[in-house]
Design a protein around this ligand. Sequence first.
Ligand code: MG
Ligand code: MG
Length: 259
Amino acid sequence: MVKPKTEEEIELLRENAILVSKTLAEVGKTVAPGVSTKELNRVAETFIRDNGAIPSFLGFEGFPAAICVSVNDVVVHGFPSDYVLKEGDIVTADIGTLYKGYNGDSAYTFPVGEVSAETRRLLDVTKASLYKGIEAAVAGGRVGDIGHAVQSYVESFGFSVVRELEGHGIGREMHENPGVPNFGRRGQGPKLVDGMTICIEPMVNAGGRSVYLDRNGWAVHTADRSNAAHYELTVVVRHGHAEQLSTFDYIEKDPKINF
Ligand code: MG
Ligand code: MG
């Protein structure tokens, strides 16, 4: 049984969610051809620490960097590296914060310069599927309603949903119950209750849904080497509609950011 969050806890989660949202925008301002993925990590870590928070991914189960940076066929959990972004790439920043004892966690896939029409469509469909999932996350429903909304939308465009990884509850721990898969059936799974805080995070492949784990034990690649996109927001489940705690507004209302 998942314990709903109090209003005080929801406000602490909101503070984290806003900080993560702003950090994603800082990364977005930095993404460009010629920039290394290590540099994105540096920008994010500096911003998080300057705001009095801790990058929660650093050291999490041994993860070696402040944020996950996943390029092209890497779905999630990429290591920042000396790789230099080039025109036409896509790069996902997945960022977590720990602040005042609570967690933030959100992700965004950025185009690097101009991307192909097919890649553009992958980004647009994946992000739209996240909003479909959020619409389905209302008190009285089931976790399967979210997965069904994401999956049916994504598959209607011929893309596929990764099944090995899922969203999650969030609070004092970064990953709490319930798990929130990006596939499923309406009316199935744990019940959604007022005050539940969850991260919804579709991971979508342009090609098939199969993935494999990199030799480094972390990065998850598409098996067919097709591109993958990943968008994540934190929401609080309410009667009527899910309320977003994190937001992409800092990215999408900034004219300097290519998104
Ligand atoms: Mg995340
Ligand atoms: Mg997450």
